[in-house]
Ligand binder design. Structure first.
Ligand SMILES: NC(=O)c1ccc[n+]([C@@H]2O[C@H](COP(=O)([O-])OP(=O)(O)OC[C@H]3O[C@@H](n4cnc5c(N)ncnc54)[C@H](OP(=O)(O)O)[C@@H]3O)[C@@H](O)[C@H]2O)c1
Length: 127
């Protein structure tokens, strides 16, 4: 039976790693010894993070990802599966949080904020 304790290195797919909470979480988990496969749209920031953490000995792979694009989602899932044989954890962090007064009625923004995290769907059998 596989060990699932927190000291066992996990293969972790993390979306929205190019800034904020996702970037900080990537740093933390990589330094704990987990294998990170990270994605976001700003490839320059992702690659810089990957290179910085790899230079410290961490296992990080950066892939350009727009979670609203099914082909991008399939590509990152297939990458992790092919390279590491499994995905143990998905951290579906990518999101947007535009702020505006309620009275501005920016309904399109509200819908995008709600829909975006729901768009990430790993193909069946990937996790
Ligand atoms: N900070 C808060 O107080 C707070 C409160 C409640 C919820 N949250 C949620 O927590 C998450 C992280 O927040 P944060 O404060 O760290 O925000 P952030 O710094 O703006 O980070 C959001 C991340 O999501 C990525 N992202 C946005 N749209 C994407 C898309 N279509 N495909 C792939 N990646 C996408 C961004 O990367 P790219 O732009 O490079 O794609 C970025 O890396 C978000 O889902 C946010 O809604 C935050």
């Amino acid at each position: 039976m596989e060990s699932t304790d927190s000291n066992t290195p996990k293969v972790i797919v993390l979306t929205g790693a190019s800034s904020g909470i996702g970037e900080a979480t990537t740093r933390h988990l990589a330094q704990m010894g987990h294998q990170l496969v990270i994605g976001a749209r700003r490839t320059d920031r992702l690659t810089a993070l990957q290179d910085e953490l790899r230079a410290q000995g961490a296992g990080v792979d950066a892939l350009t990802l727009d979670v609203t694009r099914l082909d991008d989602v399939q590509r990152i899932a297939a990458f992790a599966q092919q390279r590491y044989g499994r995905i143990d954890v998905l951290i579906n962090n990518a999101g947007i949080m535009p702020l505006s007064p309620l009275a501005a009625l920016k309904v399109d923004e509200w819908n995008r904020m709600i829909e975006l995290p729901l768009k990430f769907r790993l193909p069946a059998g990937r996790v």
